[in-house]
Design a protein around this ligand. Structure first.
Ligand code: SDX
Length: 428
């Protein structure tokens, strides 16, 4: 690899250093570009622009590789618990037994939410989208923990990290309970993280609720698969908001808002609604593949397909597809949309339009089928993505702060009106 890159502008040659990451990724360091050349770069959607150097997650879109702190997603999804992965992402190493028990116990101590948060929650209409509720309540948490933004207060970041991990599942279930006309549940601290979430979601005051280990295990795997994904849209949002020294609750709330978009985390809800539409329309997948190829006229987008980075199979989609078969058969669930999804995948992967654009199923394509089999309603699918992604957002925010990265403030090229004089209104 050359240690310098040359740029010739208006006949003059400029040199810029290059850097290489631990997985041999290469970059041109253009920190001095504008000062030395007067030029900036333009890169819509940041397709070629690295915002930072990070030691948390590595993914190779060409090879379909995903690793958290060097551990493969396949191994972690099979062998770890979600809290183990959360610890790994946030603190950099897999926990020892002692570290894990302390981490899990610390989280258990903070699963309850200030009762006044319920008053804020009660103000939402019953049909409020759970993602709007979640982002609002996470932002509201800063009001209950003012030391999270008080520059003069001793640093309590670690406690806020525990509070977020502990309380997000609790407040995430409130929307579902309200939509059912059921009372919310308090956490039960003898349960593990995933079982506690399921208990808060599905327990009723009139009978005992027993967590199905198959369901809890499936949820554990799904949360691990969503835990981090380097500089995706919502993570970049968390970093950017955090770079202004905004508190961690506001930064995470902003990440939840970005994740909600149908091109990002909101795709898992769109996928199920799309599959249901295809089923209602007779299940003719070839018709919908054609519509996706002519999106400009059909207005139809094949959600759950395509990815900014993966130009090969999204490794998470492979794992989720296999898990979907296993979980549905263990639960005795026969969901016709699973066959429609497989048919859609088969048709697309043999179609030149998708092959030439290297469009493969992404993490969102099959996840909703499992969530639905676990009893989770469609409008909560992106909330599940947020619960999974939370440790990744936290880890990336913490890394940005630890590395004292500067406030994010991109440049632009102005294309508007050139100087002109003000004209009084009666002369316009
Ligand atoms: C996530 O970044 C991450 O890591 C995100 C994520 C994470 O873990 O954080 O992995 C989670 O967000 C997964 C993606 C979920 N979104 C969807 O499933 C929505 C459907 N997919 C797309 O809209 C699209 O593929 C994106 C948004 C995911 C990526 O968009 P890009 O990289 O900007 O690519 P593009 O939109 O420019 O598409 C390139 C071409 C275009 O065709 P041409 O202009 O060349 O003719 O591929 C086409 C697009 O029209 N295309 C599709 C398509 N996705 C892209 N055509 C049909 N169906 C699709 N789904």
């Amino acid at each position: 690899m050359s240690d310098k890159a040359q740029l010739i502008i208006e006949g003059k040659t400029y040199e810029f250093p290059t850097i290489e990451g631990s997985e041999k990724e290469k970059a041109i360091d253009i920190n001095s570009l504008r000062d030395t050349t007067g030029y900036i770069t333009i890169d819509s959607g940041y397709k070629n622009t690295g915002a930072t150097k990070s030691a948390i997650t590595f993914l190779d879109g060409e090879e379909g590789i995903l690793r958290y702190r060097g551990y493969s997603i396949e191994e972690l999804a099979e062998k770890a618990t979600f809290l183990e992965v959360a610890y790994l992402l946030i603190y950099g190493e897999l926990p020892t037994q002692v570290e894990y028990e302390a981490f899990e116990d610390n989280i258990r101590r903070h699963t309850m939410v200030n009762e006044d948060m319920r008053k804020i929650f009660e103000g939402f209409p019953v049909n409020a989208h759970p993602m709007g509720v979640l982002s609002s309540l996470v932002s509201a948490m800063s009001a209950f923990y003012p030391d999270s933004y008080d520059e003069k207060a001793p640093d309590s970041t670690e406690l806020h990290i525990i509070r977020l991990l502990a309380k997000l599942p609790t407040i995430a279930t409130w929307s579902f309970k309200k939509s059912q006309g059921h009372p919310v549940n308090y956490p039960k601290n003898e349960l593990d993280y995933c079982s506690n979430f399921l208990h808060m979601m599905f327990a009723l005051p009139v009978e005992d609720y027993k967590v199905d280990p198959v369901v809890s295990k499936a949820l554990n795997k799904l949360l691990i698969l969503h835990a981090d994904h380097e500089q995706n849209c919502s993570t970049s949002t968390v970093r950017l908001v955090g770079s202004s020294k905004a508190n961690i609750y506001s930064s995470i709330s902003a990440g939840i808002c970005a994740l909600w978009g149908p091109l990002h985390g909101g795709a898992n809800q769109e996928v199920i609604e799309m599959l249901e539409d295809i089923k209602a329309d007779g299940g003719d997948v070839a018709k919908y593949v054609d519509m996706a190829k002519n999106a400009k006229t059909s207005g139809f987008r094949l959600f759950g397909f395509g990815h900014r980075v993966y130009k090969n199979f999204d490794p998470r989609a492979k794992i989720i597809k296999k898990a979907a078969d296993e979980v549905l058969s263990k639960l005795g669930v026969n969901d016709p949309v699973l066959e429609i999804a497989k048919g859609l995948e088969e048709a697309a992967l043999h179609d030149p339009y998708f092959v030439s654009r290297r469009l493969y199923p992404n993490v969102d394509f099959y996840s909703g089928i499992i969530y639905r089999a676990l009893g989770i309603p469609t409008n909560m699918f992106t909330v599940m993505f947020a619960i999974g992604r939370l440790p990744g957002w936290i880890a990336q925010w913490k890394e940005m702060r630890t590395n004292k990265e500067p406030i994010g403030r991109p440049r632009q090229i102005y294309t508007g009106a050139t100087p002109r004089d003000f004209v009084p209104m009666n002369e316009r």
